[in-house]
Structures are given as structure tokens and as C-alpha cells.
Ligand binder design. Structure first.
Ligand code: SF4
Length: 233
């Protein structure tokens, strides 16, 4: 079996898998180049700093203490069947498997569907702006295909967006919320953009970043479209 490449690990979190105490594994490699990426060191495929066998042994020691293991990145599915096989082994220990994904690999997601219990799917911005934000024009279509794939499983998920005001306006957010509502999405999460690597003239202000959260009318309108909306400020 090909080894997976793990570039980071969070040993305990309460916020990365809904309702469960979890560890997070950050896999290296991502096909996108998001302008706001907070983990750019994980984008190129390279040898991971963590030995997957040692991580697995450590996870064994967490049985009974943690409830879930979340695969994040980068984009974990870029490592294809190797990561699916690793997920399967981890799930056999009794953990629920979570996946944070940008949705770029719908076929791989379909192959992973029997071993993944919950996903958080990134919806980056409206279709016309996707290429500018992520560097891949087909990424929006792939993400929507991933949404279809996951919805066909009947398993839980959330769709989330990070509101970088350079790429998302309040009108865009409304359009995205309506799009997701029409697709039958029940759980939507709206995340405040936190700048990590802004420089030069292309910087955002606190009030630009807060505009999505300060508008009661926008909040109420979006809240009415879903069973649950999480505003992560
Ligand atoms: S999908 Fe995530 S890891 Fe990949 S470039 Fe975008 S923000 Fe970074």
C-alpha cells in the first residue's frame, strides 16, 4: 500500500467534527491555489513530516478518548486510494471519519463515501469568480458534482464559505445561499475571513471582513433558508 503523506496534526479539537471530540490530520497536496490560503506550505505534494504508521499507533492510543478523526489539508482526496485505505483502517478502530474538502475530486469522494461519515464542503465564491480565487476554472463545477455525490449518500454534511471580501460580496453570499437552498442543503456555515498573508495594496479592513456578520437583514434572510446556519465570527 502506498503511504499517505501527512503534513500536520491537531491532537484534540471540539470544532472540526460536529458534536464529537476529534483529532485532525492535515494531508499535503492541493490542486487549488486560493488567494487566502492559510496553509500554503501544504499545497505542493511532498513527503509529509509525520510517519503514517506512528500516527496510526498514536490514534490507537486515543481510542476511548477521541470520537472522530478528521482528514483535512491541503486536499486530502488528492492522495486518492491511499488516503481512502488509511481512512478505512482508522475507522476500523471505531472512530467516525470526517473530511474537510474543496470538492475538486468528485469521483474520489464517491469511492470514499462508504468510509467517510461526515464532510465539510467548501463553497468558495460564485461561479464567475471561482477561477480568480482558486486558480482553477473547473473547480466550481467539480465542487457542485461533489455536493451531488455526497447528497446521494444521505449522510450528514455542511457546506461552508469563508467570506473574503476581495472575492465575496454580500450579494454573492445571498446568491450562494439561494443556490444551496435550491440544492436542498440543510446546514450552511459562514466563516469570517482572517487575513494571514495580505500585503501591499490588496489588504482588507476589519469592517470589510465584518460586513457579512453585521447585517441583520442578510443574516435573517439566510437563516430562513436552512435548517441550521452557523456564523463563525
Ligand atoms: S483549498 Fe484549502 S489548502 Fe487548497 S489552496 Fe485553497 S485554502 Fe489552501
Amino acid at each position: 500500500m502506498r503511504e499517505i503523506q501527512i503534513g500536520g496534526l491537531v491532537s484534540f479539537t471540539t470544532i472540526d467534527y460536529p458534536g464529537k471530540l476529534a483529532a485532525v490530520l492535515f494531508l499535503v497536496g492541493c490542486p487549488l491555489r486560493c488567494a487566502y490560503c492559510s496553509n500554503p506550505h501544504l499545497i505542493p505534494l511532498h513527503d509529509g513530516e509525520y510517519d503514517p504508521d506512528k500516527v496510526f499507533d498514536w490514534l490507537k492510543s486515543r481510542v476511548g478518548k477521541l470520537e472522530a478523526v478528521v482528514f483535512s489539508g491541503g486536499e486530502a482526496l488528492m492522495q486518492g486510494d491511499a488516503v481512502i485505505e488509511y481512512m478505512r483502517r482508522v475507522r476500523e478502530l471505531g472512530f467516525a471519519i470526517g473530511l474537510h474538502t474543496n470538492g475538486f475530486y468528485p469521483e474520489t469522494l464517491a469511492r470514499a463515501a462508504d468510509v467517510v461519515d461526515w464532510i465539510g464542503l467548501d463553497y468558495k465564491t460564485i461561479r464567475d469568480k471561482y477561477g480568480t480565487l482558486v486558480g482553477q476554472n473547473i473547480a466550481h463545477d467539480n465542487m457542485m458534482r461533489s455536493l451531488d455525490v455526497w447528497q446521494s449518500t444521505g449522510k450528514n454534511y455542511e457546506v461552508r464559505i469563508t467570506c473574503d471580501p476581495r472575492f465575496v460580496t454580500k450579494m454573492d453570499l445571498m446568491e450562494i445561499a439561494q443556490d444551496l437552498h435550491l440544492h436542498g442543503v440543510k446546514n450552511f456555515a459562514i466563516q469570517k475571513y482572517i487575513p494571514h498573508f495580505e500585503e501591499g495594496t490588496n489588504v482588507t479592513t476589519e469592517s470589510q471582513r465584518n460586513q457579512f456578520f453585521d447585517d441583520d437583514n442578510l443574516r435573517n434572510t439566510i437563516n430562513a433558508l436552512f435548517d441550521s446556519v452557523t456564523w463563525r465570527e
